[in-house]
Design a protein around this ligand. Structure first.
Ligand code: ZN
Length: 60
């Protein structure tokens, strides 16, 4: 497994959701639209996974 694959996906999800927010008035107003919601959900999942991995590495 490539060491930074998770980080790459995490960053990509961040970019994708940020780009959407920049163009979407509903999401800017914290009223997630049908397009934005799965993007934020994916970002949140990857962020959790990434942080969990960081915590595990620190424990080594
Ligand atoms: Zn939106």
């Amino acid at each position: 497994m490539p060491a930074d694959d998770l980080f790459q996906r995490y960053m990509k999800a961040f970019e994708t959701s940020s780009e959407h927010t920049a163009d979407c008035l509903a999401c800017q107003a914290d009223d997630e639209c049908a397009v934005g919601a799965p993007l934020y959900e994916r970002f949140a999942r990857l962020q959790d996974a990434y942080r969990q991995r960081q915590a595990q590495q620190r424990r080594r």
